[in-house]
Design a protein around this ligand. Structure first.
Ligand code: SF4
Length: 465
């Protein structure tokens, strides 16, 4: 995943750009970059794998000056922002999404004489592919629209042109949000609205799928209408990836998590001493569960926040496992002899839950452990935003492989929560995790907690369409 931020201001924008981009740090831990425009573009790009955004950028911040800028934090290795030349003039670009046919599109462009700079791993930078498509348009709006039409996967972009205008385009199917925030002297655009609050911006709108807006010092306006009927916004944003203080398409992330927890509790008959949530994203779900059941919410595991980020964002499994091991610390006196409900945002591979969370809780002499994931079993890796998981890594797929003795294509019976196969799969995962009980959220309960019509959210992870 990635997070993008842009700002046009009547005064120097660098402080806002720095903090606004930094508030997307939960969306990636691989690369980050900023571009500002004064008399020319000035760009900074750093790897943030070993040091967080703030630490990397704070030292060189004084070298950046300008009233307009765009920034990105990403979980992939592709460098951005890029600055490219075109017949419209020079422009800077940041991309949020995943272009799954980037090689195919690049090949077509190469056949028409375009040249691409190869990355060190031999792959093509999909941000460059996006920039080349846009540069071919008769203007930026046509170019961004061409990008939406030509790519598979998803793409939201911010373009900063050499006149200081930002073009903000939300993905054709709105898989990720883009919001505009306004302050008396500045206009900002962000994929996570948590970037606005402490900088004094008010969220005034969310772009529709496929919508393109221009932002200049004179204000902002729609230059290409979007189509709300195309909305397929990622359900996982509310369940896990977005920051709790963010709002996606007008729906608060933390409130959805609380509703998810309440829905889990309503279907649950287990007796527990208290409920909790695996930090950070499980906390909202746990609070909702505890409130609905009328039992305490407690913290048997706390996260060492000063230096450990999310285990989702680092690219390598080794790094993810290392962070998972180091960041959670058990509080023995809160765990010993207790029957504990643990709300978790989801079970992806299940290895961290098993090897870290569960192991630490049993190690501190918990009496019972009841795991309650806030979404159904993940059956398919994301094909729109993130390529970090393979299908056979998923806990549900490992269970199916064990039960069937082979990989199978048609998993519809395992998706149906009323089927015997679903019960067998859940029991296999429960046994593998080594917990007292395991009950997943039902898909319809999750969608109801989000509050959008079912055909307006992407549910591919759970049902394959
Ligand atoms: S496939 Fe999953 S993670 Fe990807 S956009 Fe759809 S719901 Fe989100």
């Amino acid at each position: 995943m990635s997070g993008i931020f842009g700002v046009v201001s009547k005064k120097d924008c660098v402080t806002d750009l720095f903090h606004g981009t930094d508030y997307h740090s939960h969306m990636g831990a691989e690369r980050a970059g900023l571009v500002v425009l004064s008399d020319r573009f000035k760009q900074e790009i750093h790897r943030i794998g070993s040091e967080q955004f703030r630490g990397k950028f704070v030292h060189t911040l004084s070298e950046l000056k300008g009233n307009q800028g765009i920034g990105v934090i990403t979980g992939v290795r592709e460098s951005q922002p890029l600055i490219v030349g075109s017949k419209m003039g020079n422009f800077a670009i940041v991309l949020l999404g995943m272009i799954t046919n980037a090689d195919e599109v690049a090949k077509m462009l190469q056949e028409n004489g375009h040249v691409f700079s190869e990355m060190s791993d031999g792959k093509i930078n999909s941000v460059e592919v996006a920039a080349k498509i846009i540069a071919q348009g008769k203007d930026y709006v046509t170019g961004i629209n061409d990008l939406f039409d030509q790519i598979k996967g998803s793409a939201s972009v911010l373009i900063l042109d050499q006149n200081g205008t930002i073009y903000a385009g939300r993905d054709k199917y709105g898989r990720t949000p883009l919001a505009i925030g306004v302050r008396d002297d500045s206009i900002a655009v962000a994929s996570e609205t948590c970037a606005f609050a402490n900088l004094g911006y008010n969220t005034v709108k969310f772009l529709q799928p496929g919508e393109i807006d221009v932002i200049s010092k004179d204000g902002f306006s729609v230059v290409k209408e979007g189509n709300p009927d195309n909305l397929q916004v990622c359900a996982f944003l509310w369940i896990y990836t977005s920051f709790p203080a963010s709002c996606v398409d007008g729906i608060d992330v933390e409130l959805v998590r609380e509703r998810c927890g309440r829905a889990l509790a309503r279907r649950d008959d287990v007796d527990a001493d208290y409920a909790s949530g695996v930090p950070d994203s499980g906390v909202g779900h746990g609070l909702g569960y505890a409130a609905e059941k009328g039992i305490p919410f407690r913290r048997p595991l706390v996260k060492y926040t000063p230096s450990y980020g999310r285990s989702y964002t680092p690219v390598s499994q080794q790094e993810r496992d290392y962070i998972a091991r180091m960041k959670l610390i058990a509080i023995e006196d809160i765990i010993k002899n207790q029957r504990i409900v643990i709300c978790e945002d989801s079970i992806v591979r299940g290895t961290q839950l098993k090897n870290e969370t569960v192991k630490k809780l049993w190690g501190a002499n918990a009496k019972e452990l009841h795991i309650r994931p806030a979404c159904p079993p993940l059956m398919f890796p994301c094909v729109y935003l993130s390529s970090t998981r393979s299908i056979n890594e998923l806990a549900a797929r490992r269970a199916i492989f064990a039960l069937e003795g082979r990989n199978i294509d048609d998993v519809s019976e395992y998706i149906d929560h009323n089927s015997t196969k679903y019960q067998q799969m859940v029991e296999w995962i429960r046994n593998d995790l080594g917990v007292t009980t395991l009950r997943y959220q039902l898909l319809d309960d999750m969608v109801e907690a989000i509050g959008l019509p079912k055909d307006r959210v992407c549910l591919y992870c759970w049902r394959g369409y």
